[in-house]
Design a protein around this ligand. Structure first.
Ligand SMILES: *[C@@H]1O[C@H](CO)[C@@H](O)[C@H](O)[C@H]1NC(C)=O
Ligand SMILES: *[C@@H]1O[C@H](CO)[C@@H](O)[C@H](O)[C@H]1NC(C)=O
Length: 124
């Protein structure tokens, strides 16, 4: 009984450590400049009567690079009804910078744009 449990645990840890290595190696490759699409959810701006231009500016303030060209080439969609947020292509490193900004609520990988990538490793 005990032997069964410990061999189960052994296999479990063997499996999960292999899994971890797999995930880590995927993430390491991710730190290269490969872009993923994220839906970035942010807190609504304090001034509730921002027009669309101002809302867009609020969204741009979350980006790691404040050049207009960067925003143009990366932002895919600005949301203004269902949620406050936008869809943008970022490297994992750039995403980390976005996450630090005040008003940031969440980032959701948009798998629709990456049907070929495995879901594993996108846990956070
Ligand atoms: C990471 O990239 C290297 C070089 O491009 C490749 O050989 C390796 O298979 C990749 N690893 C994973 C887990 O995709
Ligand atoms: C910001 O983005 C622009 C346009 O993509 C690029 O030319 C510039 O080097 C970037 N700046 C930084 C600090 O990454």
């Amino acid at each position: 009984m005990n032997a069964l449990v410990s061999s189960f645990l052994f296999l479990f840890f063997l499996f999960s450590s292999n899994l971890c290595q797999f995930v880590i190696s995927i993430n390491q490759n991710d730190t290269n400049d490969d872009l993923k699409t994220y839906i970035i959810q942010v807190a609504p701006p304090k001034n509730a009567h921002l027009d669309q231009n101002e809302l867009r500016k609020w969204y741009r303030s979350f980006l790691p690079n404040n050049s207009e060209e960067f925003a143009r080439s990366r932002i895919i969609y600005d949301y203004d009804t269902a949620l406050t947020g936008f869809a943008v292509r970022l490297t994992p490193k750039e995403l980390k910078e976005v996450e630090k900004k005040e008003g940031f609520l969440g980032a959701y990988p948009d798998s629709a744009y990456h049907l070929d990538s495995p879901n594993i490793g996108e846990g956070n």
